[in-house]
Ligand binder design. Structure first.
Ligand code: SF4
Ligand code: SF4
Length: 173
């Protein structure tokens, strides 16, 4: 069976992985929750069968996997249907496009303006009253409205020129 491919953000960088959504489907069917002890390490072990995960980065990957699994479950609860994928952009799977915000929590003052502006679920509150990136690939490719609004400059995006690497792909190619 062909495995799905998508990117997640690990320690601020995009990483492409095969088979993650299939694993999440299995975990959900087993009733696993993001709070389960050792879940991140377990996902690292499973994903290592089909992906290269550097030994020294296992903890970072474990944290990212738990965060992604929580976002995956939340999307299902919201009924957004995103468990079937984020769709495509210019013919490419959305998860292959490295366009999403990065939030510097040290600069964020917790004003909440970005949360009021963006209702996509990309951004969410932290326990400490600041903002974090909760669902990076829910971000609308090319949008940077929240960064423009953020007075302390806590939200940043990659250079728009990275999108030039993804020319329109005709359907079926
Ligand atoms: S707009 Fe900027 S400062 Fe305000 S909550 Fe969002 S990230 Fe933090
Ligand atoms: S860039 Fe646009 S879609 Fe993406 S998080 Fe900010 S406001 Fe939301």
């Amino acid at each position: 069976m062909r495995m799905g491919y998508r990117q997640i953000v690990v320690d601020g960088s995009p990483v492409g992985l095969r088979g993650l959504d299939e694993l999440f489907v299995d975990l959900q069917a087993q009733g696993r929750t993001p709070q389960d002890e050792g879940l991140g390490v377990e996902i690292v072990t499973q994903m290592s069968k089909d992906n290269y995960i550097p030994y020294d980065a296992r903890e970072l990957f474990a944290a990212a996997f738990v965060r992604e699994y929580a976002a995956y479950l939340a999307r299902g609860e919201m009924g957004s249907g995103r468990q079937r994928g984020y769709g495509t952009w210019r013919g490419y799977p959305r998860e292959q496009i490295p366009w999403y915000p990065t939030v510097n929590e040290d600069l964020c003052n917790g004003c909440g303006s970005c949360l009021k502006l963006c209702r996509t679920g990309v951004l969410g509150p932290t326990d400490g009253g600041k903002v974090r990136v909760a669902d990076p690939f829910g971000c609308v490719v090319g949008c940077s409205s929240c960064a423009n609004l953020c007075k302390p400059g806590a939200i940043t995006f990659p250079a728009r020129s990275i999108l030039d690497a993804y020319p329109y792909k005709p359907p079926g190619r």
